[in-house]
Design a protein around this ligand. Structure first.
Ligand code: TRP
Ligand code: ZN
Length: 903
């Protein structure tokens, strides 16, 4: 039987405007953990634009509701009799609704028992909400869809001693005392918003406050709210917020529109953070930091996430999504904005080498995670066509590939052209719920371009491949570059979506024998223009000819990663070494090193599979040695250049993924680089020390990164005695978490290579030192779950033992991620152990989590989705584990993942 109120598969093609609209809502909360009473008073009217065919039959109003206790409803003050209103599993049905009326509904929910962390829940005794995507319906009956936008007035009532702070969206307009030790606060949000942006917070919290003036001179109150013992970890988040506000004014002319902007940190949270209007709620991981507890990476992530949520105020909140298929409209665009913000904070608008560090980090994530997603059963377009559970579509594709799609507009039109498109987008759509097409049309119209073909970036899944052929005609001094696009052997899910060639902005440079860029003149042009050109590939195959080319050049392809594609070109090892040494495009310099390393590592993995001896060419080692010691390059760049491609990325490149062979290959190469360059590593370790007071600047962080990379390599050397000595000293003397955690990681690595227990003392000390800091204890679990391990000491045994540790709990997502996800998703060779013990553990944990928190369980479930791509023995064991889970899970979330994996 098909269920029209709650269909199993939701399709983009079935979108219909809502039959009713809600213009305003007044919410009253009586906050009690076990039974919070919510009274909602709404102005409702029939939607004049609702299509007749899709509208609800007659005058029936269907409101969504989940896990609610219905108490009563009234229309225009008259209680609805039985028969006129019906509460059911998915919501509330009201018969014979008038054309315009006031609807009052009273209901109750149990926040204390809510382990899903969606809707209203309790964490450390405080109340929080999480409404995106469909959590508001767990708070009250509503038209819980993003194209229903209303103004909200919220009254919170609670015991004053237990809940001294009462927050909601917008401006505080009234507060006061109530009988029996209770108090209230009334908040008003002047901006219309969809229900997913509603938020409330109540509890024992404290804030740091700042007052700033925004661009137009208005005073704004900024607050970061945390539990009292965390107040000493809020400065960096506040600074990041101030920088974000300034950046959005300068780069996009966008000003903060509320008098007050709040960030609240909560330790139980499903994702990173949430952009609720004026009241952002954050995972503590992306707020709390000081030098003792947070690494340089944490500091950078906090800046990025604070920026991301703040930028949503315009891209997401002022202009929101018509339906959830348009999610990338706000997420892809906002990720692009936060990437640009972080790059500007690192390198300003013009220091290309410093900006490239951020670009490389972002591309690494895209290639490692999004390309893998595209190759499996969850492959979907940036704008998906269907879903079972929307929470499963907050994906790498929607976020990271979506950001690349937005970036391509900027690559095509330049920063000014992109800004023109943004300005037009806000001029047309401020206050509306719109689609990805609306954004594309604004970009097209502002720049006088037809972007019809560009639509395919939103509707085609899979990673495009561009194969490149080049030819040099010495007599005619012409150099031709032929680009052909396709999808290779894309997954079935990806193949089904393909319609035709994409418009691909392809940035290219040509390098002469002297290592310098050649001025570029395309056939038909009067003169040369610049040394990097963005050529536009629009057909399946096209040839571009450069003229006046005096010698056979070396092509530098897809500079700065100008499109989210795979480039296939047969460079020789010598050519890659040359690019690694000379390319003026810093991204492609890094890329050349990665190509060289990938090729060598895959060859090593093949030898490992065949049981042949492993060897790495001196010339390859020399190419890396030159980068490592090139003082003209920043330490941060050298750190990235010396980092080998990850095991999961390498496994993904094999016809049949073999994690054990990849691990053997990568470990061999690390050891070889550790031994061959030992003197360099030691001297780098010394010369990049950062003595004196801790400084979180990008430069200081770069020195620490390179120094700690040196330590990590030294720990792989045949004789790790130096590493153990240095790491112990660094551990004891560290004045910051970056150095302390890196020292502990090096000790764990050294004990794996040396078969000693060199890490035991530091591990114990670390735990005792930071027992009161949950985010640091997460690191303690994660470091152990991702350690190398050995045949005598398999990591699964350590993980199972840690599951019984008093500090472990499945209920806190950060903690579950720190141990279980770290092992299942970030320790491939141990997880994919041939005996299947990793998969058995995975199955147990998915089922256990499913009963508590389906969103988190579904994320974990995804660690087996690429099972078909592995060697036959592993494949078989993975299928068994998936089938076991499929037979036991209850949630829609996990069922969608395992069923798609097995289909
Ligand atoms: N919109 C949020 C962001 O990208 C993320 C988000 C979506 C989220 N659903 C969530 C966060 C559920 C927490 C829980 O910034
Ligand atoms: Zn977002």
């Amino acid at each position: 039987m098909s269920d029209t109120v709650n269909p199993a598969v939701i399709r983009r093609a079935d979108y219909a405007a809502p039959a009713f609209l809600i213009d305003s809502v007044a919410l009253e909360f009586d906050l009690v953990p076990e039974r919070t009473i919510v009274k909602s008073t709404m102005r409702v009217r029939r939607n004049p634009d609702a299509g007749a065919a899709h509208g609800a039959p007659g005058a029936r109003l269907e409101l969504m509701g989940e896990a609610l206790e219905f108490i009563g409803a009234a229309i225009d003050g008259k209680a609805l009799p039985e028969g006129a209103v019906r509460a059911h599993e998915h919501g509330l049905t009201i018969e014979h609704a008038p054309d315009a009326f006031t609807l009052t509904i009273e209901s109750a929910c149990d926040a204390g028992a809510n382990t899903t962390l969606s809707g209203l829940y309790v964490s450390s005794g405080n109340f929080f909400t999480q409404c995106e995507a469909e959590g508001f319906r767990r708070i009250t009956y509503f038209l819980d869809r993003p194209d229903v936008m209303a103004t909200y007035t919220v009254t919170l009532r609670a015991d004053k001693a237990a809940y001294p702070v009462l927050l909601s969206n917008g401006n505080l307009i009234e507060e006061g005392e109530l009988p029996d030790g209770r108090h209230f606060a009334k908040w008003e949000d002047p901006f219309k918003k969809p229900s997913y942006l509603f938020a409330l917070v109540a509890g024992k919290l404290v804030s740091i406050d700042e007052r700033i003036r925004s661009g137009s001179g208005k005073e704004k109150l900024l607050q970061v709210w945390v539990e009292p013992h965390d107040l000493d970890k809020t400065r960096h988040a506040m600074d990041s917020l101030i920088h974000s506000i300034r950046w959005d004014e300068e780069r996009f002319g966008l000003e903060l529109d509320l008098d007050r902007f709040m960030i609240v940190a909560v330790s139980d949270f499903n994702m990173g953070a949430m952009e609720n209007k004026g009241l952002n709620i954050f995972n503590t991981k992306y707020v709390l930091a000081n030098q003792e507890t947070a690494t340089d990476t944490d500091f950078g992530n906090i800046e990025a996430v604070v920026g991301h949520e703040y930028f949503h105020n315009w891209t997401g909140n002022r202009v929101t999504c018509r339906d959830w298929f348009q999610l990338s409209l706000k997420e892809g665009l906002t990720v692009f904005r936060d990437q640009e913000f972080s790059a500007d904070m690192q390198g300003g608008a013009t220091d290309e080498a410093a900006r490239a560090v951020k670009r490389i980090e972002d591309v690494r994530v895209l290639r490692q995670m999004q390309f893998a997603e595209d190759a499996g059963p969850m492959a979907h377009p940036v704008r998906p066509e269907s879903f079972v559970e929307i929470n499963n579509f907050y994906t790498m594709t929607v976020y990271e590939k979506g950001a690349e799609v937005v970036r391509m507009y900027q690559t095509l039109f330049g920063r000014e052209g992109f800004r023109r498109g943004m300005d037009l987008y806000f001029k047309r759509h401020d206050g509306q719920a719109v689609t990805c097409d609306d954004f594309r049309h604004a970009m097209a119209d502002a720049n006088g371009r037809d972007l019809a073909q560009f639509e395919r970036w939103y509707s085609q899944a899979g990673t495009p491949r561009i194969s490149v052929r080049t030819a040099y005609d010495a007599v005619a001094q012409r150099y031709s570059v032929t680009l052909a696009q396709g999808y290779g052997d894309a997954s079935n899910a990806a193949r089904e979506t393909q319609k035709g060639p994409l418009l691909i902005p392809f940035a290219i440079g040509l390098i002469g024998r002297d290592g310098k860029d050649i001025a570029l003149r395309l056939e038909g042009e009067a003169e040369a223009k610049g040394t990097t050109r963005v050529i536009e590939l629009t057909e399946q195959e096209q040839t571009f000819t450069f003229v006046d080319v005096k010698e056979a050049p070396l092509p530098s392809l897809l500079r700065n990663f100008s499109a989210p594609v795979i480039v296939e070109y047969d460079y020789t090892n010598d050519e890659l070494a040359f690019l690694l040494a000379h390319d003026s495009d810093p991204f492609n310099r890094w890329e050349a090193g990665q190509r060289l390393a990938t090729r060598e590592l895959l060859a090593l993995a093949a030898r490992a599979q065949a049981g042949e001896p492993l060897a790495l060419d001196d010339s390859t080692v020399a190419a890396f040695s030159r980068v490592l010691t090139d003082e003209t390059l920043s330490p941060a760049f050298r750190d990235l250049a010396m980092m080998l491609p990850s095991e999961s990325y390498l496994a993904e490149q094999m016809a049949e993924a073999d994690p054990a062979a990849v691990h053997a290959a990568r470990q061999f190469a690390r050891k070889r680089l550790a031994n061959a360059l030992k003197r360099d590593w030691l001297s780098i370790y010394e010369s990049h020390a950062t003595p004196g007071a801790y400084e979180p600047s990008p430069e200081a962080a770069g020195h620490r990164a390179l120094k700690n990379l040196a330590l990590a390599y030294l720990a792989e050397a045949d004789d790790p005695a130096d590493a153990i000595r240095l790491a112990n000293a660094q551990y004891d003397n560290a004045n910051n978490m970056t150095d302390r955690a890196a020292a502990l990681a090096a000790l764990l690595a050294a004990s794996a290579s040396a078969g000693t227990d060199a890490a035991e003392r530091a591990l114990e000390d670390f735990y005792r030192r930071f027992e009161q800091e949950p985010l640091v204890i997460d690191k303690w679990f994660a470091l152990q779950a991702t350690q190398r391990g050995s045949a005598q000491r398999p990591v699964i045994d350590i993980v199972r033992k840690l599951m019984a540790h008093p500090a472990f709990t499945l209920r806190n997502p950060n903690r579950a991620r720190s141990l279980i996800f770290s092992f299942c998703a970030a320790n491939p060779s141990q997880f994919h152990s041939a005996d299947g013990s990793g998969y058995a553990f995975w199955a147990e944990q998915v089922v256990a989590l499913d009963a508590l928190n389906p969103q988190v369980a579904a994320r974990l479930a995804r660690s087996l989705e690429l099972w078909r791509r592995y060697t036959p023995a592993l494949r078989e064991k993975m299928r068994e584990a998936l089938e076991r889970v499929a037979g036991q899970v209850k949630s829609r979330d996990v069922r969608e993942i395992v069923e798609k994996a097995l289909a």
